[in-house]
Design a protein. Structure first.
Length: 196
C-alpha cells in the first residue's frame, strides 16, 4: 500500500446517510479473486442504469469529480454487511480519504487495513465540506501526522485515529507488513524454540 502522510485532494460530496456496503459495491461483483478491478463497479446501481449506461443524474458521473480522492458522506457510512470489497472498490476508484460524521465499525476498520483513512468530523463540519464541494472544485489537505484537515478558505478541523491504524497508514503497511516488522524477533524465537 502507498503511505498516506499528507494528502491534498479534490473532494467528492455524497450527501447521503446510511450508505451501505451493497450500495458501495453490489453483491453481483463480489466474484473476483483479486483485490484490484473493483473501482469500475463502485456505486454501480447509482452510477449506471439497467442497460449499463452512465446515469446523468448521479453526481459521481460528472466530469468535475472524476479525479476526486476525498469523499465526504453522511452519517453511518459503510453500514450493512462486513464485505471488505467496499473499501477495495473505493480505493481502486481513487479515494484515499473518507470523511463522515460516523461510520459502521467493521467498515471503518476495513478502511484502515486497506489504505484508506476514515475521518470522523462533526456533522456541521461535514455539511460545510459537502456544501463547498457541491458549489465548486474544492480541495482539502489531510495531514495524518498532525491529524488535521484544512483548506485555503479558512476551514480547519482536527480528528482522532487509533495509533496502530495511524502507524499502518503513515507507513503504507497492511497487517502482514506489520508482522514483518518483527521478523528478527520471529527468527530468534524460531531458532530457540524446540518442537517436540
Amino acid at each position: 500500500m502507498e503511505p498516506l502522510v499528507k494528502h491534498l485532494g479534490l473532494v467528492y460530496p455524497l450527501n447521503r446517510a446510511n450508505v451501505d456496503t451493497d450500495q458501495i459495491i453490489p453483491k453481483q461483483f463480489l466474484k473476483r479473486i483479486s483485490r484490484q478491478g473493483f473501482g469500475q463497479y463502485l456505486f454501480y446501481n447509482w452510477r449506471y442504469d439497467e442497460k449499463d449506461r452512465p446515469r446523468e443524474d448521479f453526481s459521481l458521473n460528472q466530469p468535475k469529480y472524476q479525479d476526486a480522492s476525498i469523499l465526504v458522506g453522511g452519517e453511518n457510512f459503510g453500514c450493512g454487511s462486513s464485505r471488505e470489497h467496499a473499501p477495495w472498490a473505493l480505493e481502486d476508484f481513487g479515494f484515499r480519504v473518507i470523511i463522515a460524521p460516523s461510520f459502521a465499525d467493521i467498515f471503518y476498520n476495513n478502511c484502515t487495513k486497506n489504505g484508506i483513512l476514515p475521518v470522523i468530523l462533526k456533522e456541521a463540519e461535514t455539511e460545510q465540506l459537502i456544501k463547498n464541494a457541491e458549489a465548486d472544485d474544492y480541495f482539502l489537505t489531510v495531514d495524518l501526522e498532525e491529524k488535521k484537515i484544512y483548506d485555503n478558505q479558512g476551514f480547519n478541523a482536527t480528528f482522532d485515529l487509533a495509533e496502530y491504524s495511524r502507524e499502518m497508514l503513515l507507513n503504507g503497511w497492511d497487517e502482514i507488513a506489520v508482522t514483518l516488522t518483527y521478523e528478527d524477533k520471529i527468527k530468534a524465537f524460531e531458532q530457540t524454540h524446540i518442537v517436540y
